[in-house]
Design a protein around this ligand. Structure first.
Ligand code: PRX
Length: 664
């Protein structure tokens, strides 16, 4: 029951919408020379594993695979007797093919005019040096390396250098707190951390190294910190442990013979929030993952490496950055834009200037950003030459039809197809999406599974629903980019993804098949919130709140938000001995609590609103009634100020409590 709640609100809006759904056919000029032709779906469906093997053969294998798939539910091994090096596939092979002068990244720093152009030959040199430096610092194959960096080219270099020497990286988003960083370092037992003094964020330098120093107080086994100088901020230095990148990397040899690793060698870990307070270390391996991201990148964005300038406007601290800034585009030898900052830095038309300056042809971003750009009005994109754009992508959260239409009209000038791509940290790459040139699109629908992917929508008992019905999204066959487990916790892997519906991967999302059988994603059905496309667990935030000495109990919900999709609203009861008599005491405590969450998890998890309440609504069995709290958070005009929850709200909660006693 409770699982259906999250999707419930959106379903109503959806059914109203389905009556007037518009459909856009693929633009003929794009269709004529698209990378994927209509027959692709049937070809892949006839022999999915064989089709994926064909995609895998586009990579360079030092030892070609002869085995395609070993599926021992829920454990998959793809191309498992083959050997390859991910870094060689992303860099060396393009240089060897004579494309050393081709630009890999047009890097745009947040401060105006701070740009770098990095060719594939440059990238090769940088990656070789970094690989040699890491080896000299004692990192070897299998060692986990934490990366906590701003969006600078060295972050990509660090990832590729780790991949090159077979050391799985664990990139932690630079916006996470010292505490979040230390827990991730400890969970994966990383002994090396790569960071920078800081980065630029919203017009000012922001610090990173101090967070590393603080985190490492909890991590005594970390012996090496490699630090890039980005901002020139003063930093504390621990002799023997800390090394400047410009000292050890710049002086290292620029040639490096890369060893090949088994296809199933771990490539990286990426921590993501689940329904408990402890984030999960999602494990990705090499051959299947690289195959998946390269194929999806090539076919979904219709990338022509010799013509396109591809821009994924995301941070490499998230999976979108891993798959579609680093591994997918580089495996395909594409030119990408990499932008360090926020859309506002340097003026609200910053993005459109970047598109214009670099003649970006493919733009991939999140609905939250589209909604923000939409709020700023049509004049900004209209004032720039966006005629280079030909495909637009969306990812990370359901895109509302209004934002979709605005994107199409004002950015795509009604010319560019929009690919609404559904996937997750766990899936490694995109699984549900239209294909430009083939698939019609509908505003707000992710449409259909990518070729070679089997997905369905099932009811509570795991039975496929019919057209026009909603349920839970499941993936019914293994796919190359799928997670290989949760670091150090196989049981949790089985429990989280493979137990809800026997034999099927449970994604945690609600979905609906429309009358044509096309797929619409409706958001999470569990206690995971989606804030600006970032996954944050309600339990994690509650945990952070109850860590404060004044808090007795906390309940957190994700309430709809016009811009960020969802926003965090917390209901808190204080301990009996804590007096919050007047408004100013309340405000002070609320401010402190919001800060506690930011310090414990990171500023992205800072609640929009915290309400102090005398009690939390619970069922007789003591379960917090989140649905009710979500109602309160969404439907009541509570205002921005965080005050003691007013008695009418409490009354309402009381009333609804009585009505909803049977909720579980
Ligand atoms: O709820 C879905 C939502 O984002 C979740 C995955 O989050 P994360 O692992 O952080 O990866 C985000 C980037 C891939 C999913 O469970 N989500 C992602 N893409 C879409 C989406 N919801 C609706 N439509 C999408 N296109």
């Amino acid at each position: 029951m409770a699982q259906q709640d999250a999707a419930g609100g959106q379903e109503q809006a959806l059914s109203a919408l389905l009556h007037e759904t518009r459909r856009f056919d693929p633009p003929p000029e794009l269709a004529a020379r698209a990378n994927a032709q209509a027959s692709i779906y049937e070809e892949a469906a006839a022999d999915p594993a064989g089709w994926w093997a064909e995609q895998a053969r586009r990579l360079d294998w030092e030892t070609p695979f002869t085995e395609v798939l070993d599926w021992n539910l829920p454990d998959a091994r793809w191309f498992y007797d083959g050997k390859l090096n991910a870094s060689v596939n992303c860099v060396d092979r393009h240089v060897a093919a004579g494309k050393g002068d081709k630009v890999a990244f047009h890097w745009v720093g947040e401060p105006e005019g701070d740009t770098r152009t990095i060719t594939y030959a440059d990238l090769l040199e940088m990656v070789c040096k970094a690989a040699n430096a890491l080896t000299d610092l004692g990192v070897s194959a299998g060692d986990r390396v934490a990366i906590y960096m701003p969006m600078i080219p060295e972050a990509v270099v660090a990832m590729l250098a780790c991949a090159r020497i077979g050391a799985p990286h664990s990139v932690v988003f630079g916006g996470f707190s010292a505490e979040a960083l230390s827990s991730r370092i400890l969970d994966a037992d990383c002994r090396t951390v790569i960071t920078a003094d800081g980065g630029y964020r919203r017009g000012a330098p922001s610090a990173l190294k101090p967070h590393v120093d603080e985190a490492l107080e909890q991590c005594p086994t970390v012996s090496t910190v490699l630090c890039v100088r980005r901002t020139g901020q003063e930093v504390e230095w621990t002799e023997g442990r800390d090394h400047w990148w410009h000292d050890v990397v710049d002086s290292a040899s620029s040639t490096h013979e890369a060893a090949a690793f088994d296809a199933e060698h771990p490539l990286y870990l990426m921590y993501t929030s689940g329904t408990t307070a402890k984030p999960k270390g999602i494990l990705h391996t090499t051959g299947g993952y690289l195959t998946h991201v390269a194929a999806t990148h090539r076919l979904i964005f219709d990338v022509k490496p010799d013509e396109d300038v591809f821009w994924t406007a995301a941070d490499i601290g998230w999976v979108t950055g891993h798959s579609y800034i680093v591994y997918g585009p580089l495996a395909n030898g594409t030119t990408s834009v990499m932008y360090e900052g926020t859309p506002t830095a340097g003026g609200r038309d910053r993005w459109w200037r970047i598109v214009e300056d670099y003649k970006v042809t493919i733009l991939y971003t999140a609905p939250t950003t589209i909604r923000t750009l939409m709020k700023w009005g049509e004049d900004l994109p209209a004032g720039h030459d966006l005629s280079s754009l030909r495909v637009l992508g969306s990812v990370g959260e359901p895109i509302n039809p209004e934002a979709w239409m605005w994107y199409r009209k004002n950015v795509g000038r009604t010319r560019c197809p929009i690919v609404d791509t559904w996937w997750q940290t766990e899936t490694g790459g995109i699984l549900i999406t239209p294909l430009p040139g083939i698939t019609s699109t509908k505003p707000g629908a992710a449409m259909r599974p990518f070729p070679g992917i089997s997905a369905d929508v099932v009811d509570n008992d795991g039975r496929p629903v019919g057209n026009g019905e909603g349920g839970y999204l499941v993936i019914t066959q293994p796919w190359p980019g799928m997670l290989r487990g949760i670091w150090g916790d196989h049981d949790r892997y089985v429990q989280t993804y493979w137990s809800r519906f026997p034999g099927m991967y449970f994604a945690g999302d609600g979905a609906k098949k429309d009358d044509d059988g096309d797929l619409w994603l409706l958001g999470r059905v569990d206690d995971v919130m989606n804030i600006s496309g970032h996954r944050i667990s309600t339990t994690e935030v509650e945990h952070a709140l109850v860590g404060h000495p004044s808090v007795a109990e906390a309940a957190v919900v994700g309430a709809s938000d016009e811009t960020t999709g969802q926003a965090i609203v917390a209901f808190v009861t204080v301990k009996g001995n804590v007096a919050v008599e007047d408004e100013s005491a309340t405000e002070a405590l609320v401010a402190e609590l919001r800060q506690t969450v930011a310090t414990t998890i990171g500023p992205i998890a800072r609640p929009r609103q915290i309400l102090l309440t005398p009690e939390l609504p619970k069922t007789r069995s003591g379960k917090i009634m989140r649905r009710l709290l979500r109602d309160v958070a969404e439907h009541r005009e509570l205002g921005d100020v965080t005050t003691l929850m007013d008695p009418t709200v409490v009354n309402m909660i009381g009333e609804k409590m009585r009505e909803g006693e049977d909720e579980t």
